[in-house]
Design a protein around this ligand. Structure first.
Ligand code: GLN
Length: 466
């Protein structure tokens, strides 16, 4: 699909639609939707901003490319004055006192936020069922999950309720729901976009990223949100990616894929055969394809969950009902903390806090946490060696189809294992894009660190190849 942003920009400039009518129609479809994608609508502010865009156009002023474009925000981003609930009971009434850097950059460019979107609470999940706002339903089949944790964001884009949405990806939360709902979703290189104002899940892999219907829209949004931010010391300066530079993919000579992902017992036969067909089509274009060795899925998943749980236990310790969160008073302060947290965190979030504190506690941390860190280093080294031999690594996004609503809640371990193909790239902090082609849940394109441009180039090549 072509750029939705450019198309709508032209329609606004040509006065084929008014910005108020556009924003109102998005608000209406969001309000009426039955997929549970909405945590709160930002109607008043959005309509006020839209009226200003219309006035500018009426005055004959030119507007920027993003000006007046309605978008959605996963409900884990601070946007000053809006409810920011992380889909949790604990923060049900919490309002952001400031705005996240990435979102501020979009606001500065004139984009109009219309909705805070449903997701797994604090990003904990792969199905968007771990939420107080009701399970997000898949855009293609509402009996299935929307994927997670950025499920509401992916479904909104797929259903055209938003033009694009900003998700958050710690271990796959942009890429997997993008795959489940048939849209593009990018996890950029870690540090390319500031995390300031994104509620922390696992700080060492948390990434801000766009979900959209075209590669061009992903490129536009990535450029706007990228850059150094003094409020996030892991950010770095990146080059702008030009539209023309991603049109040709001549520089891509070798593509790798992980043998064990495709040979795994867990992979659905259709995902496997579709993926191998993609590989054949790439070979037919004269690109050499190299099967690569990689860590077993179980190792990837357990390393990721060990570190992610440790980090989230630490990050969420501040939510005790004092500075943040719905406080439940009890007999004394300690009891107040305990009751506030026990009553207000979900089962899944508590499982992770308990697991994370165990991993970090004396007597266990050497055995478990340090081992996790060590494995993570080995995984990163493995990637470095791979990228000496190949330009791109291609993989399925998920081993199987989206589960039925209700199934993941019954079997958390199966849910963790369904992240097998996404978490490794997160541990490596690599740029990875889901494209909605190839297998029923898409394919993932990964390049070496800071090579986000190459990912987009290859996406354009795949669009015309498969
Ligand atoms: N499903 C993974 C988890 O629950 C990834 C979530 C995410 O990226 N926020 O940890």
């Amino acid at each position: 699909m072509d750029s939705q942003i450019r198309k709508i920009h032209q329609q606004l400039m040509n006065k084929e639609i008014s910005c108020v009518a556009l924003v109102q129609s998005k608000l209406n479809s969001l309000e009426q939707n039955t997929h549970n994608t909405v945590n709160s609508l930002l109607s008043d502010k959005a309509l006020e901003l839209a009226a200003k865009v219309d006035a500018k156009i009426e005055n004959g002023e030119t507007i920027g490319l993003l000006e007046g474009i309605p978008f959605g925000i996963k409900d884990v981003y601070m946007v000053q004055g809006t409810y920011t609930t992380a889909s949790s009971n604990l923060l049900k009434n919490y309002k952001s006192p400031y705005t996240a850097t990435a979102i501020q950059k979009l606001l500065d460019a004139g984009a109009i936020p219309v909705v805070k979107e449903n997701c797994d609470s604090f990003g904990h999940g792969s199905s968007s069922e771990n939420t107080i706002f009701g399970a997000v339903k898949n855009a293609k089949n509402p009996e299935l999950v929307g994927g997670g944790s950025s499920g509401g964001s992916a479904v909104n884009v797929a259903k055209d309720f938003t033009v694009f949405s900003i998700g958050g990806d710690t271990g796959g939360s942009i890429r997997q729901p993008a795959g489940y709902n048939g849209v593009y979703g990018l996890k950029p290189t870690y540090g390319r976009i500031s995390r300031y104002g994104l509620m922390a899940y696992a700080s060492s892999t948390d990434c801000v990223g766009p979900i959209a219907k075209s590669i061009e829209d992903i490129r536009i949004l990535l450029n706007i949100m990228s850059g150094i931010d003094t409020k996030d010391q892991t950010t770095y300066q990146s080059e702008k990616i030009e539209a023309d530079s991603i049109k040709t993919s001549d520089s891509i000579k070798t593509v790798g894929y992980f043998k064990n992902f495709v040979e795994s017992e867990a992979i659905d036969p259709r995902v496997k055969s579709d993926f191998l067909t993609v590989i054949d089509k790439i070979k037919a274009k004269g690109i050499s394809v190299k099967p690569l060795d990689f860590f077993e899925s179980n190792t990837l998943v357990s390393t990721y969950y060990t570190l992610a749980m440790a980090e989230t236990a630490s990050n969420l310790s501040r939510l005790d009902g004092t500075n943040y969160g719905n406080r439940i008073e009890a007999e004394n302060l300690k009891e107040t903390y305990a009751v506030t947290r026990s009553e207000n965190f979900s089962e899944e979030t508590k499982r992770r806090i308990v697991g994370g504190n165990q991993v970090l506690s004396q007597g266990f941390s050497d055995e478990i946490y340090l081992k996790g860190l060590n494995l993570r280093d080995q995984i990163s080294e493995n990637f470095e060696k791979d990228f000496d031999q190949v330009d791109i690594i291609l993989s399925p996004v998920t081993p199987s189809y989206p589960p039925k609503i209700g199934d993941s809640l019954k079997d958390p371990l199966a849910m963790y294992l369904s992240d097998a193909y996404t978490v490794g790239f997160s541990l490596g902090q690599l740029p990875t894009l889901t494209v909605p082609q190839g297998t029923p849940t898409g394919v993932q394109i990964t390049a070496s660190k800071n090579n986000d441009e190459l990912v987009l180039k290859f996406a354009n090549f795949l669009k015309d190849t498969i």
